[in-house]
Design a protein around this ligand. Sequence first.
Ligand SMILES: [Zn+2]
Length: 342
Amino acid sequence: MKVIYSDHHQDHDPQQFIVRGRMKRSNEQPERAFLLAGAARDNGHTLVQTQDFGAAPRAAIHTPEYLRFLATAWERWQALDDASDEVTPNVHPFPGQPCTYPDSLVGQAGYHMGDMACSIGQHTWNAAVWSAHAATHAAALVLEGERATYALCRPPGHHAYADRANGFTYLNNAAIAAQYLRRQHPRVAILDVDVHHGNGTQGIFWRRSDVLTLSLHGDPHFCTPFFTGHAHERGEGEGLGYNLNYPLARGTGTDDYLHALARACQAIRDFQPGALVVALGLDAHERDPYKALAVSTEGFGRITGEIARLGLPTVFVQEGGYLSPDLPLNLASALRGFEAVA
Ligand SMILES: [Zn+2]
């Protein structure tokens, strides 16, 4: 399988990650992508250098003011008196209350950054742009006839809304890939198998019926992002019924995971999309640092084998999956499982 990769990710190395009140280095580290790229290469996949697809693909998903904020925030932050090295929010608007777009950069940070897990460093914007290019490139190759491609995206993307970063993500790579596939296909599905709910993807396509969004994830009763990912969230207006969530109990293993996946795959078949984007998180693994679900390494191959049986042109987009000796094995299993069936 062609693996779309760029070294630009490595300059994004966020240090200010606040979890349970403690500040520490983010779990979303450059070493992840080096491990994943090594695993792809060692297992016979072809690394392709990411091409520049310009600003249009990201502008088709994200708002102009948000893109302007991401592109300029770090430099503007440095001009503030006694500012930290990374842009980090400390004040937020209140849901459902009147809200005027703020002039202040500190206000804009709170408006566009949903949590303390999406700090912006000097090169974050550049890394996010190239990550989105990788997803677009992978989609373009599928439109040219590849059966499946894998975008090794870092930073990941599935938590990013049209105008808001959160959960280690800035630009929604899976959404950008799906929108690009829409150039040729009237209907596209996004299947998110990351252990965390694809809240940004859900938000972006919430009112649309041309992109079916499905997410399997740890139940929001115990798993971040907490506020979304329930089965009753099904879309609104045009989009009602085109957003499907499959929350899973803590510790769900491979067999039970596959039961939920079978239901999701049937919904994809019923939708009859022309192409599929898989938001490929590997953090549902039993030894991932998040320890929410308990999919085995071999289980990732069974999951992607099931996905391959859909028979759709498929773009894999890397999401989560954190540092452990299992991470490269899980990617190898996922790619092998797909190719064994496809
Ligand atoms: Zn995740």
